[in-house]
Design a protein around this ligand. Structure first.
Ligand code: A3P
Length: 297
């Protein structure tokens, strides 16, 4: 791991590297019309990419089996600006871009150009468990040795993880969204699961593609939610290898539920993570779904 501007980065993580992050900081030039989907990994990036792509391109494609999201992975539709693939071939940008870079380290032009950012956060316990499973699959380790979980837990709690502390990542974007609400939309994975219709409409409004009354009456919002559902996307991604990513697509889909972390963490681990969350998020008005209810920190 390397420490860079307050966050930890792995020298080589999937198709990302600290070098690539630094290259994008130097060379990426945002357009005012660009929309950035920003996340800490495992917070719902794939889902957000799919929704934003489906909303933005809804007049171009019908919702049948030929829709790009039915034939490719959302990661093929919306590239990460800091991935090696994008840096080597930035031409496939279409105004929708993604990033895991912390707010304070974003390429300066993203802020100065006035482009919009959509951020999605998720209960850190579920983020951690999702990440742990992902890493095990990614590094192809079938071991379920609990020490591995404990080691990863210790690193995650200390913020020594890919893209740094998940809490600090959220805080950077949350503070910015409170200051510039018309530039940064702050969403929540659990709220999207609870009331997808409302959240998808919010997202569409923010990215400049609001649904007309007629579209709503035709059930367009529901069509998009269905197209981007866990079941549909995971089926479409199965057996398809990502082109811009070195990671196989299907490992972005595991369970897609809220609260699975309780099946993996001990009571003590839950208490530790909840305590960090309570302390870190205090006063930031961040709703986190906890023990079957929303808690606002
Ligand atoms: P789990 O591991 O808890 O199942 P990211 O896309 O940021 O990498 O996050 C991956 C997490 O989002 C995984 O969580 C994955 O299953 C879940 N996910 C992927 N697609 C989803 C969808 N369409 N709806 C809900 N959750 C989804």
């Amino acid at each position: 791991f390397w420490y860079h501007q307050g966050f930890w980065f792995q020298s080589e993580y999937a198709s990302f590297s600290l070098e690539a992050v630094m290259a994008s900081q130097d060379d990426f030039h945002a357009q005012p019309t660009d929309v950035f989907l920003a996340t800490y990994p495992k917070s719902g990036t794939t889902w957000l990419k799919a929704l934003a792509f489906a909303i933005t391109n809804r007049t171009k494609f019908s919702y049948g089996p030929t829709h790009p999201l039915a034939t490719t992975c959302p990661h093929d539709c919306v590239p990460y600006i800091e991935s090696e693939a994008y840096i080597n071939n930035p031409s496939y940008a279409n105004g929708l871009l993604a990033t895991h870079i912390p707010y304070t380290s974003l390429p300066k032009s993203i802020i100065s150009s006035g482009s919009r950012i959509v951020y999605i956060c998720r209960d850190p316990k579920d983020v951690f468990i999702s990440f742990w499973h992902f890493k095990k699959k990614y590094i192809d380790d079938s071991s379920t040795d609990p020490i591995m979980l404990e080691k990863a837990f210790e690193c995650f709690s200390k913020g020594v993880f890919e893209f740094g502390s998940s809490w600090d990542h959220v805080i950077g974007y949350r503070k910015a969204s409170l200051e510039w609400p018309d530039k940064i939309l702050f969403l929540n994975y659990e709220e999207m699961k609870r009331d997808a219709k409302n959240e998808v409409k919010k997202l569409a409004n923010f990215i400049g593609h609001p649904f007309t009354e007629e579209e709503e009456a035709k059930g367009e919002v529901e069509e998009i939610i269905k197209l981007c559902s866990f079941d549909k996307l995971s089926k479409a991604s199965k057996d398809r290898d990502a082109t811009p990513n070195v990671i196989s697509n299907d490992i972005f889909f595991r369970k897609g539920v809220v609260g699975d972390s309780v099946n993996h963490l001990t009571d003590e681990m839950i208490q530790i993570l909840d305590k960090i969350t309570t302390e870190k998020y205090e006063g930031l008005d961040i709703p986190i779904y906890n023990n079957d209810k929303f808690v606002v920190f």
